[in-house]
Write a protein that binds this ligand. Structure first.
Ligand code: ADE
Length: 255
């Protein structure tokens, strides 16, 4: 069983439409759907926006559906100037940027007894990048279709919609973050503390600058389509057995 979570209706409805044999149940005012996605058993839920909602939803899904792996999919604000709407970010790490114990000499994002950055599962990250290759045949570009770019890096999460250049630069400089959103780190911490492999997949809806609110509204649909296009390939690939010699995904840690 693969656990899949998105925050908003738009982020889960495309996946929901492809599920078969669906049974639904409601826990903590959150609807959970269990069923099959192109042959893969999944549990799917819409968490609602923000870290508290993401944490509650993730823990309930883990407790009730006993998934072996977890993926969070949705949209984010990009933090680098050369990024484009629809580009895909596969998180290598997640960080709660608004955890602030700097008053006690700690770094932003750091809390006692916890890692500041949580590493996503390299195997799932590798499967997600392979799914990107399958979803967007980037070699075939002799037509007008502009495929999105793929970037791997840190995703910074906080309970705030970022729409100012100072904050976006701070997130980039302080955490070397590529994108910001409002759930990934809470989801990731919860999976990590439960010992479950997890990945966070995001498509960019805006640039987290002063025009972000309007950009988000204009681009939400397109960004959701791009993250869904990748999820459509990743879900069936996520639980398959690895063949010997198959690419294993990046190694983030320096031994
Ligand atoms: N999700 C999409 N865009 C975002 C932004 N600019 N800030 C926070 N979450 C987002």
């Amino acid at each position: 069983m693969l656990g899949v979570i998105g925050a908003m209706t738009e982020e889960v409805q495309l996946m929901r439409a492809q599920m078969t044999d669906v049974t639904t149940s409601t826990h903590a005012q959150t609807e959970f759907m269990q069923g099959t996605y192109k042959g893969t058993e999944i549990a799917l839920a819409q968490s609602g926006i923000g870290k508290v909602n993401a944490t509650i939803c993730t823990q309930i899904m883990i407790d009730l559906f006993k998934p072996k792996k977890m993926v969070f999919s949705g949209v984010a604000g990009g933090l680098l100037p050369n990024m484009r709407v629809g580009d895909i970010i596969v998180a290598s790490h997640v960080v709660q940027y608004d955890m602030d114990l700097t008053a006690f000499g700690r770094r932003h994002g750091e809390s006692p007894g916890r890692d500041r950055l949580i590493e996503c599962d390299p195997d799932l990250v590798g499967r997600a990048t392979a799914a990107f290759d399958a979803a967007y045949d980037t070699v075939l570009t002799n037509n007008d279709f502009q495929p999105p770019s793929l970037m791997l890096g840190t995703v910074a999460s906080g309970d705030r919609f970022v729409q100012d250049t100072d904050t976006l630069r701070w997130l980039q400089r302080e955490f070397a973050a590529l994108a910001t959103e409002m759930e990934g780190a809470a989801f990731g911490y919860t999976c990590h503390l439960n010992g479950l492999p997890f990945a966070v997949i995001r498509a960019l809806s805006d640039g987290a600058s002063e025009t972000a609110t309007g950009d988000f509204e204009d681009n939400l649909h397109k960004a959701c389509q791009n993250s869904f296009h990748l999820m459509d390939k990743l879900i069936p690939a996520s639980m398959s057995e690895r063949r010997s010699g198959e690419r294993r995904g990046p190694e983030f840690r320096v031994a």
